[in-house]
Ligand binder design. Structure first.
Ligand SMILES: Nc1ncnc2c1ncn2[C@@H]1O[C@H](COP(=O)(O)OP(=O)(O)OP(=O)(O)O)[C@@H](O)[C@H]1O
Length: 368
């Protein structure tokens, strides 16, 4: 079955073919002042070849979710739950990684070496601070060769692939390979890093605020290139950001995190045009833009909860204008509000009627 709603690019992605299933991913830290739950039973199915935007305020758990997908939550954080990977072609899995009878690989059960290989060869990650992970004394080309050799891959074949990636990212391969990191602009370095993360042909690319350190023009141009990359190399991309307008033009689906759990997931079209969770609607109403009327922009009142003391019931209830008694005691699960749209709210209709917002041209194209 394919999605019915058009995205801005009119893409059709199968809703049934999952590349990754995340079930009840939870990350906890034991702090002196109590137990801190920084990802709370987050469940999400990632569809093969989709671009999914994970959005939420700073501190909402986006990076913890990204780290969970690759099982790289830093110590002493404790990750529990289930991360299940369905490779398109189990025959090309790195040595030692096998699928079960359902064609699945349980990521949290892999050993250290298997995880290392899963991380580069099946699912790669690019994150905000990663540009500084280039060794300043090594030319960019040497970084590629080192990575290829570390995975015992064919050097010529992989370097040819790197050149294809550079083309798709509008980079001059000869120039970039021969440069030291400091000789490249921020935008070039970030694109070189994206190419490096894809050199071993992973099926999935997880990007955590990959463009946050770049100026707006470069951000937009990288977004456009990601779409081309996705098409050309048949990638699944998870794009994690606090900047909803940035990802609105790229994503097929959006998943909204609030206080360490998903509160709304759906086709980008539906979530932007007709958000159902009061938090999503408040987030859309708070967006600044060049052409928005100042009176219409309203910051979300109150503060996001402390992960050591998450409110009972719906965790958004202290900030929610439509919360009632039930919301203070019962925690709503994600529920269908429409085909291709789920929200964790007991009152999606009231939410739509009460919390109004209008989208400006910076968020959604006119013909969406
Ligand atoms: N090493 C750590 N120990 C304890 N708590 C942590 C640790 N790292 C992050 N946290 C907490 O986990 C919560 C979620 O953080 P996370 O980095 O996932 O948020 P985020 O949505 O990615 O935010 P940002 O956009 O600011 O990066 C925050 O409350 C943060 O303070």
């Amino acid at each position: 079955m394919a999605t019915e709603e058009p995205t801005q690019y009119g893409r059709q992605v199968s809703t049934e073919d999952h590349i990754l299933e995340v079930e009840d991913a939870t990350v906890r830290f034991d702090l002196d002042r109590g137990q801190s739950t920084v990802l709370d039973h987050a469940s999400l199915d990632i569809r093969r070849n989709e671009i999914i935007g994970i959005v939420g305020e700073s501190g909402s758990g986006k990076s913890m979710f990204a780290a969970s997908l690759l099982d790289v939550v830093e110590d002493p954080g404790l990750l529990t739950g289930e991360i299940t990977y369905y490779p398109e072609n189990p025959k090309t899995l790195p040595q030692g990684i096998t699928t079960d009878a359902d064609g699945a690989v349980k990521i949290l059960d892999l050993n250290k070496e298997q995880k290392r290989r899963y991380r580069w060869e099946e699912a790669a990650m690019v994150f905000q601070g990663a540009m500084s992970s280039f060794n300043p004394t090594m030319k960019i080309g040497a970084h590629f060769k080192e990575t290829i050799r570390a995975h015992n891959a064919d050097l010529d074949e992989r370097m040819t692939h790197a050149r294809d990636l550079f083309d798709a990212l509008h980079l001059d391969a000869d120039r970039v390979f021969g440069s030291y990191p400091h000789e490249l602009s921020g935008g070039m370095k970030q694109r070189a890093l994206i190419a490096l993360s894809l050199v071993l042909e992973p099926e999935m690319l997880v990007m955590d605020e990959p463009t946050a350190a770049l100026d707006m023009l470069m951000q937009r141009s990288i977004i456009a290139m990601l779409r081309e990359l996705q098409d050309e190399f048949e990638l699944t991309i998870l794009f994690i950001t606090h900047d909803l307008p940035l990802v609105a033009g790229l994503a097929d689906r959006l998943a909204v995190l609030y206080a360490f759990e998903f509160v709304e997931v759906g086709s980008a079209y539906k979530v932007l045009k007709n958000a159902s969770h009061p938090y999503t609607r408040a987030l859309l109403r708070s967006l600044p833009s060049i052409d928005s009327v100042v009176e219409e922009m309203q910051p979300i009142e109150g503060a996001a909860p402390d992960p050591v003391s998450i409110p009972s019931g719906c965790r958004y209830h202290p900030r929610c204008p439509i919360a009632d008694e039930q919301c203070t005691v019962e925690d709503p699960d994600l529920m269908d509000v429409e085909d291709e749209q789920v929200a964790a709210c007991f009152y999606p209709e009231e939410s739509r009627e009460t919390i109004t917002y209008s989208l400006h041209s910076g968020v959604v194209e006119e013909d969406m």
